[in-house]
Design a protein around this ligand. Structure first.
Ligand SMILES: *Cc1c(COP(=O)(O)O)cnc(C)c1O
Length: 476
């Protein structure tokens, strides 16, 4: 360490250590198939304790290679199908290196990353058919995007005074499908609107029942409540189903409500081929869309997007410029927009670069083809399961979500035990990652295919592994 700063005293040594570390990272991506999730050994966990001893960058590079890189989430492996995890991109290794080097603060001001974020928002706007003057901001994920969207919807319902006076005595109510994600509930809680005012409308075949929705709105109005938003889901977390956005838009228009779409992963089927693309028809009529680049666009964590149709309402919800943030006409303190005016964060990392890099490297068509291929893999997996002895699907496959049981001949409780045991065994052995969820009265196995490394053969291997794990469990 030099005397004057934290920079290396020997840049040559730093360069050599950094090059070796880069090689280790490239090796890891190139050999992703040989490197599934593994349990972190106790001595490695213990070694993470901060002792206070400075080891310098060269030793740091060694430790990053030996003690950190191997213990990832597993989602870079071709048979990772758990929850809904993005699988990362080689372009991300390049863009994250550059982003760390530049260390841009993207809350505002006049520099490259802000222009790039604008380009990413403009491109996304085009994908979803939003008007030229709509606005957006890159966020940590759909959970944060939902808070931003419902804040803007609340401002529309209660007026700009809400920023000063709070919710007051109003009971604002939002409506969503039975299978809507927990992030909707969290947003209602955080905004002080109350989870009890998120009304879950029953599903008809996995999509929000429109007649029941209309009844609920009418009943709430009669009771003196204030309906303010309808939340449609593009890709439900358990089943991958899509609400009917055109009908939801008709209902929101009739009642003057805000239409928000939770498209965390499913919104990106907009880039896929038929028939998947049409699942999002009508999404262009929404007031806001939240989705993630880190799930089905494969971009490294974290990066979500919130788009708001009316820029004026978006800005009115968040903008505030105390004197220490006042702009100048030219120079670094100029520029517009400043993204701090569109959301929660003031200091923000450079999320745009990894999205821009992915779009440059693979193109929207390349990413769209990967999404289409994932839907095909899900359908192939469904066929293999249907043909496999004693296994069965629990719901039809709409997009990329597959729910199944490893043995449909057992009683429900025994099936649940078996499915949990199979998921655990396949995870522990680094074979395949399925997650589990409760559906149709049992705990089932769940595969969400958002993995561009998964081949058709991987689907067969995953089910062969499932059969083997079943035999092992049932022989105990
Ligand atoms: C993942 C997910 C969310 C939450 O998004 P985060 O990026 O994890 O905050 C919301 N809705 C659905 C349907 C999801 O799959």
């Amino acid at each position: 360490m030099s005397q004057d700063s934290l920079d290396p005293s020997d840049w040559g040594a730093f360069r050599r250590a950094a090059h070796e570390l880069l090689d280790a990272c490239v090796d890891q991506l190139e050999n992703a198939r040989e490197r599934p999730w593994q349990q972190v050994p106790q001595e490695v966990k213990d070694g993470y304790t901060i002792t206070g001893t400075a080891i310098g960058e060269t030793e740091l590079a060694n430790r990053l290679t030996s003690d950190v890189l191997p213990y990832h989430t597993g989602n870079t492996h071709p048979r990772f199908f758990g929850w809904v995890h993005g699988t990362g991109l080689p372009s991300g290794l390049m863009s994250e290196m550059v982003a760390a080097t530049m260390n841009s603060n993207c809350g505002g001001r006049n520099h490259g990353a802000l222009h790039m974020e604008r380009a990413v928002i403009d491109w996304s706007r085009g994908v979803f058919g939003f008007p030229d003057n709509s606005s957006g901001v890159l966020v940590a994920g759909t959970s944060q995007g939902t808070v931003i969207a419902l804040s803007a919807a609340r401002l529309r319902a209660l007026g700009p005074e809400v920023r000063k006076t709070g919710n007051g005595a109003n009971t604002l109510r939002a409506y969503c499908g039975a299978g809507a994600h927990n992030a909707m509930r969290k947003a209602m809680e955080l905004l002080g609107l109350g989870a009890g005012n998120l009304i879950r409308i029953p599903d008809a075949d996995g999509t929000l029942d429109l007649a029941a929705l209309k009844d609920a709105i009418a009943a709430d109005k009669a009771a003196g409540h204030t309906p303010f938003a309808i939340i449609g889901t593009a890709g439900s977390v358990d089943r991958g189903t899509f609400d009917d956005f055109n009908s939801l838009a008709d209902i929101t228009a009739a009642h003057g409500l805000w239409l928000h779409i939770d498209g965390a992963f499913g919104a990106w089927t907009r880039l896929a081929d038929a028939p998947y693309r049409a699942l999002t028809d009508g999404i262009d009529r929404a007031d806001s869309i939240a989705c993630d680049f880190h799930k089905w666009m494969y971009v490294p964590y974290d990066c979500g997007l919130i788009l708001i149709r009316n820029e004026h309402e978006h800005r009115a919800t968040f903008a505030a410029r105390p004197s220490y943030l006042a702009p100048l006409d030219e120079g670094l303190a100029s520029g517009d927009p400043w993204y701090c005016d569109y959301g929660i964060d003031l200091s923000r990392g450079n999320r745009a670069l990894k999205v821009w890099s992915a779009l440059q490297a693979y193109g929207p068509d390349g990413l769209g083809q990967a999404i289409t291929a994932n839907c095909h893999r899900a359908s192939e997996l469904g066929t293999i399961i249907t043909r496999a002895e004693r296994m069965s699907l629990l719901a039809p496959i709409t997009s990329n979500l597959v729910l199944f049981t490893a043995d449909d001949t057992l009683a429900p409780a025994a099936q649940s035990d078996l499915n949990r045991a199979v998921a655990q065994h396949l995870q522990m052995t680094g074979h395949t990652v399925f997650s589990t969820t409760d559906f149709a009265g049992i705990t089932c196995l769940r595969a969400a295919i958002t993995n561009h490394r998964a081949t058709a053969e991987d689907m067969q291997i995953a089910i062969d592994g499932t059969a083997a794990a079943r035999a092992l469990h049932l022989s105990k």
